[in-house]
Design a protein around this ligand. Structure first.
Ligand code: UT7
Length: 331
């Protein structure tokens, strides 16, 4: 299987804490902390757009690997909050990176987008052993929340993570290096209405002068999504472990989608993962949609939680519904 070589992240400087949200909507630090574990989230500056976050995370991944930007052959940007419907964020990103002639496109699989893009990168790397694929997950969720809806505005934050994927490693790989052992992606469109942003595409008709209403912002049936998230991430993790002949004891660290500490704990409990093997940084960043596991991967690496030789389990869940699991062997 292909390798990740190079990992980078970027989060905007501005921190929005729970006390700030108490002034905006009827909520409390106590409610947000006890229901979600979130204490703070990052917010992009007014002049920052998704491709800026993607650019900074990409530079960090390139720097980590020691590779040159001109070595990149493919750019896959995962985002549910792209710069615009057109031009695609991947093309804006390659302009910022100063490269041309690469295959560049956006992929949106909501919160599971990073692992879906990683899967696509694996297929590409296998088909083209000379490919160096930049996979970036970048989100500005704070521009897609209705700041008067307390059930969603307290949950989300902004950030980006990036990795470089290739079929073969350079002779002396630098930076974060891991073999992608396996990836599982599953979907069920029956639940597509439970997390949605209805307007902005073809579904809602609008024209010049149509006022922006709630349909342009994220809506979520939190309670039902919670249940499905726990079920799906648990079963995907069990399946990927089984089909690789692994037990939970073989996993050094599990990194679930960072939406809510209670979901992370529930998945950990069902899989019998001890506390110290369960990674969470949701208190710092909130739910950054598809950037979530890439940011968590970068933070886990910085915290020394993924030593060489260890096996790491990623699992994600989000709108669609789309859920995933992946196994990485750290080199
Ligand atoms: O990334 C995609 C995947 N997303 C997720 O995985 C998110 C899944 N869902 C969740 O994390 C949780 O369902 C939430 C954090 C969104 C909500 O937690 P909950 O324990 O499911 O609360 P709830 O929606 O059942 O609401 C309980 C109460 C309600 O009041 P009543 O009806 O009991 O009087 C809400 O109106 O809490 C109220 N509430 C709030 N109160 C204070 C909802 N949001 C807030 C708030 N502050 N921010």
């Amino acid at each position: 299987m292909p390798y990740i070589n190079g990992l980078g992240k970027y989060v905007p400087e501005k921190i929005i804490d729970n006390a700030y949200l108490e002034k905006l909507v009827e909520t409390s630090d106590e409610w947000i902390t006890s229901r979600t574990g979130i204490k703070r989230r990052r917010m992009a500056a007014p002049d920052e757009i998704t491709s800026d976050l993607a650019y900074k995370a990409s530079l960090a991944a390139l720097h980590d690997s020691g590779r040159n930007v001109t070595d990149i052959t493919h750019v896959f940007v995962s985002s549910a909050t792209p710069d615009a419907l057109c031009p695609i964020t991947a093309c804006v990103l390659i302009r910022k990176l100063g490269i041309k002639g690469v295959m560049a496109f956006d992929c949106n699989a909501a919160c599971s987008g990073f692992v879906n893009a990683l899967q696509l990168a694996c297929y590409t790397a296998k088909a083209d052993p000379n490919a160096l694929i930049l996979v970036v997950a970048a989100e500005i969720m704070t521009r897609k929340v209705d700041w008067s809806d307390r059930s969603t505005c307290v949950l989300f934050g902004d950030g980006a993570g990036a990795v470089l994927v290739s079929q073969n490693l350079p002779p002396d790989p630098k930076g974060f290096t891991a073999e992608i052992k396996d990836i599982l992606v599953d979907t069920d469109g029956e639940f597509s209405e439970l997390i949605a942003i209805h307007a902005g595409g073809s579904r809602e008709h609008y024209t010049v002068g149509t006022p922006v209403n709630r349909e342009y912002f994220i809506r979520m049936e939190g309670r039902e999504v919670f249940k499905q998230a726990v079920r799906s991430m648990t079963s995907a993790s069990q399946t990927i472990l089984e089909r690789n002949g692994l037990k939970i004891e073989d996993i050094a660290l599990a990194i679930p989608h960072q939406a809510n500490d209670r979901i992370i704990q529930a998945v950990g409990d069902r899989l019998n993962i001890p506390e110290e093997k369960l990674f969470s940084n949701v208190s710092e960043y909130g739910n950054t949609s598809s950037a979530s596991v890439s940011l968590a991967l970068a933070d886990a690496r910085n915290a020394g939680r993924m030593p060489a030789g260890s096996t790491v389990l990623l699992t994600t869940f989000g709108g669609g519904f789309i859920w995933t699991a992946a196994l990485l062997k750290i080199i």
